[in-house]
Design a protein around this ligand. Structure first.
Ligand code: BEZ
Ligand code: FE
Length: 291
């Protein structure tokens, strides 16, 4: 085709597609081109603006490492990660939410009743929960991978002063699907904003803050893995999470309890002398219908 125009370029693109291409790939790529071309025409994109967009992508490529993926961060702050999550969440299960870049592989085992706070300053938070299926049955032995920030707002992989396993733990729920651990109250923090994603936030007049949260990945054979995070209802950024991760069912309430009510049999029993925070939050898994 030598008569390519502003109006027919999408059809020409479609016509160049090979006959034996995978139908789903074809559907996605043609739709992507359609939307990209429509967007370009709609905003009357200039050469300078087009170059700026490409240079942001090029910058993202330059600073992306196995520990920091700027493309995923673009997807997060543009709401794409959350949109995909929400479209594929099961209605009766706990909502999924963004994984983020700070999960570590091979987290250290954390016994039921174990502690992640160690010597870090801040209020003790006692977390209890149960892993259940969508019919309300306990899922014995479910695994819960837990991680969060330190009180300085940094994850272990961002902070040379923490060992890589700090505030990470892998717990196996008991025969009744129950789990329990102590930690320090997580804090609100900012997503990395020293790269092109920071530029985008700045240009949009947006802040880089996320409300404080605990991350979980809950898994059990025969169930869909649940990647999620849970947020306290008193966090100032709850209604303006820069990565759009908050869902109604992921909001929880911390209750302040006197030290005398701290239960026996946990790693910190006997050493809690100030009021502590308590929360119970259950995780509901849906059957894995792909198996
Ligand atoms: C996080 O929650 O750890 C996170 C999620 C998305 C982007 C950056 C951080
Ligand atoms: Fe996080």
């Amino acid at each position: 085709m030598r008569d390519v125009t502003v109006d027919n370029i999408t059809d020409v693109f479609t016509g160049y597609f090979g006959k034996d291409t995978d139908p789903r790939t074809r559907e996605i790529m043609i739709s992507l081109a359609q939307h990209l071309h429509d967007f370009t025409r709609e905003v009357n994109l200039t050469h300078d603006e087009w170059r700026k967009g490409l240079s942001m992508l090029e910058h993202a490529g330059r600073i992306t490492t196995p520990e920091r993926n700027e493309f995923v961060l673009f997807s997060d702050v543009l709401g794409l990660s959350s949109l995909v999550d929400m479209m594929h969440s099961k209605p009766d299960a706990t909502s999924s939410s963004v994984l983020g870049p700070f999960h570590v592989s091979n987290p250290p085992p954390l016994a039921i009743g174990g502690d992640m706070k160690r010597d870090f300053e801040g209020p003790v938070l006692l977390v209890e929960g149960q892993v259940r299926d969508t019919d309300g049955n306990a899922i014995p032995g479910a695994q819960i991978d837990i991680w969060q920030t330190a009180p300085n707002g940094m994850y272990s992989s961002q902070d040379p002063d923490q060992d890589i396993h700090s505030f990470h733990g892998l717990m196996t729920a008991d025969d009744n699907g129950e789990f329990c651990f102590t930690t320090v109250r997580p804090v609100s923090y900012t997503v990395p904003s020293d790269g092109p994603v920071g530029e985008l936030l700045e240009a949009a007049g947006r802040h880089p803050w996320r409300p404080s949260h605990l991350h979980y990945i809950a898994t059990a054979p025969g169930f869909r893995s649940l990647v999620t995070e849970v947020f306290p209802d008193d966090d100032p950024y709850l209604d303006e999470d820069t990565v759009f991760g908050v869902r109604k069912d992921l909001v929880m309430t911390y209750h302040t309890r006197p030290a005398t009510e701290f239960p026996d049999g946990l790693a910190l029993s006997g050493s809690v002398i100030e009021p502590f925070l308590y929360v119970k939050f259950d995780l509901i898994l849906s059957i894995d219908d792909d198996t």
